[in-house]
Design a protein around this ligand. Structure first.
Ligand SMILES: [Zn+2]
Length: 184
């Protein structure tokens, strides 16, 4: 398991720098009741500008782990980047360099990559991330610092089980990718 700050530390200065050109916004917060009362699985979906091509966007998804449920007690810690989460982005940099490597460390979910180690594009298997994730991480920290956990509505749509949620965002990521491809 890796913390987001650790992944950011492994990210090269070029990507960290270019992340400042990436604007984005929080699209959805999902707060799903976990198995214990007052403890939740959280998901944060960000829509991020590509940073290079106008009109192209990517989705960044942060998801808390099912063995580390979020409550009032650890909500603010989430904003420090020191709580393990999974991170995914729908861009090609993430898909071809970072997803499989992070997935093996339980720091990403396998969504768009084939799960094979990227021996050509990331031969050292460095556990870093794309500039969209770096920028979204800053937004996540700001959001958590200024938001009261109890004020976030619980996602009550009974059709959204954690399993369905996973299916839903796989679909979202694939759609985002398809849109990008169509524009090329
Ligand atoms: Zn990305």
């Amino acid at each position: 398991m890796l913390k987001l700050n650790q992944i950011k530390q492994k990210t090269d200065p070029g990507r960290i720098n270019r992340a400042t050109d990436v604007l984005g916004k929080l699209e959805t917060v999902v707060k799903l009741q976990g198995p214990a009362p007052g403890k939740y699985i959280m998901e944060f979906l960000y829509k991020m500008q590509s940073g290079t091509v106008p009109g192209i966007y990517y989705n960044v998804i942060f998801r808390t782990l099912s063995n580390n449920l979020i409550s009032n007690d650890n909500w603010k810690a989430l904003g420090t980047g020191m709580v393990p989460l999974t991170v995914n982005c729908s861009c090609d940099d993430f898909k071809y360099r970072w997803e499989a490597v992070l997935w093996k460390k339980d720091a990403s979910r396998r969504m768009l990559s084939n799960g094979e180690m990227p021996n050509v594009t990331n031969p050292d298997h460095k556990t870093a991330m794309c500039k969209h994730c770096v920028s979204a991480l800053n937004l996540l920290k700001q959001y958590i610092n200024r938001t009261n956990f109890d004020n976030i509505g619980v996602t009550t749509n009974r059709h959204i089980s954690p399993k369905n949620l996973e299916y839903a965002d796989r679909l979202r990521l694939e759609l985002a990718n398809r849109k990008v491809k169509n524009r090329k």
